[in-house]
Design a protein. Structure first.
Length: 376
């Protein structure tokens, strides 16, 4: 087997940057492809190619020069990755897994086929077709392709809402009566070893459908935790994925667990693992794609991860205020993504806050939240 010396990453955003920060410890060569020459990875990657990861030729030519290709975003050109795989290149996660996950309709069919609990749904091809299903209302309409961070998701409460619906192939999903949103990050290497991270609790900002903060460990029973982890392991097994996979789930008010969606890469819900777990999700992804033994995911300290979003009233060159004040609090670790321009609710960075208990990190987070701001 040829030794892997170089890794190409499709996408140069913050997930790619945090992956590189860890991966650089392992003495491999890294190449990044991103359309933005000023992307987050620029600060630490000498081999940055500017180009579209959605374009066949660009991805194919980029992939040819490296031993192994991975991603930090799933909306990439799959045909090029399939061709590279056919030519013997290692592509992890595998193109077939990406093809399925790129499409929320196929994801739902996968859950159904494998008896994985998920909210009931129907698939539609256009806005017109939604009228036929108004008996299912209220529903969440989710575009099958291209959505992220709440874009491409719309609640439809009644027939009158259909006029504002997406006119796209989409999933209509029953409303879940959500008590808590959780995420389980699971990793699988080529040899089939599988490990999960302890369950995290995600708190959303309802205004923008983005994670506001997350808590590790989640405040759930051991039984629920075990069940959520079992679901994530089953998904990783059935997919046969190589790499990390984030599985987002709902715990309903009745106590059921339903899978919402999955992301085949390091994820926002695993940022805290850099400081708060023995092995971070980024290191785990590297271990998985290199087919190394997976690392211990145990919690070192309880943590809260606060997303730093651009202030809603500012657009332009980003200025961070309150940083030195925030740094006075013990266990506060900021991560800036290196984005020059802020926009309302743009993910500009995050702060991990560790402490001796969940109560302690919640208390510290309240202080920090009102201290740090990203304005222009
Ligand atoms: P994205 O892929 O853009 O992150 P999601 O499918 O995760 O979109 O939906 C974003 C958010 O919308 C979820 O985190 C949840 O808060 C809410 N949501 C999604 N589906 C449902 C549902 N079936 N019932 C209730 N709320 C939902």
């Amino acid at each position: 087997m040829t030794q892997i010396k170089s890794i190409g990453i499709l996408g140069g955003g913050q997930l790619g940057k945090m992956f590189l920060q860890k991966a650089l410890d392992f003495n491999l060569d890294f190449f990044v492809l991103d359309p933005d020459p000023e992307c987050s990875c620029k600060a630490i990657c000498n081999n940055l190619t500017t180009g579209s990861f959605k374009d066949y030729n660009t991805v194919y030519n980029f992939g040819k020069q490296v031993d192994l290709i991975t991603i930090e975003i799933e909306h990439v050109n799959i045909e090029a990755l399939e061709q590279l795989e056919k030519e013997g290149k290692k592509v992890f996660p595998q193109p077939a897994v990406l093809r399925m996950i790129q499409d929320k309709g196929l994801q739902k069919e996968f859950y159904t086929a494998h008896n994985i609990p998920t909210p009931p749904y129907v698939l539609v091809n256009s806005k017109e077709e939604i009228y036929k299903h108004s008996s299912l209302f209220p529903v969440m309409q989710k575009m099958r392709k291209g959505g992220y961070d709440g874009k491409g998701v719309k609640p439809l409460k009644n027939e009158a809402d259909i006029k504002d619906a997406f006119n796209e192939a989409s999933v209509l999903e029953s409303f879940a009566d959500i008590a808590m949103e959780i995420s389980v990050i699971v990793a699988r290497n080529l040899s089939g070893e599988i490990k999960t991270f302890p369950v995290v609790e995600m708190v959303f900002n309802p205004e923008v459908n983005l994670v506001d903060n997350l808590l590790s460990p989640a405040r759930i029973s051991t039984e629920t935790e075990k069940y959520a982890e079992e679901i994530a392991v089953k998904i990783a097994e059935k997919l046969g994925i190589v790499g990390v996979l984030a599985v987002e789930m709902f715990i309903t008010k009745k106590g059921e667990i339903l899978v919402n969606e999955m992301a085949p890469r390091p994820h926002n819900s695993g940022h805290h693992s850099i400081e708060a777990n023995i092995t971070s999700q980024y290191e785990q992804h590297l271990r998985a794609i290199m087919n190394w033994p997976l690392g211990d995911t145990s919690i070192v300290k309880p943590a809260l991860m606060l997303n730093l979003l651009g202030h809603k009233d500012y657009s332009g060159k980003a200025i961070v205020t309150g940083l030195s004040e925030a740094l006075k609090v013990s266990g506060v670790k900021p991560h800036w993504y290196g984005k020059e321009i802020t926009k309302p609710f743009r993910k500009m960075g995050h702060i991990t806050i560790t402490g001796n208990s969940i109560e302690e990190v919640l208390e510290k987070a309240e202080k920090i939240r009102n201290t740090i701001k990203v304005i222009a």
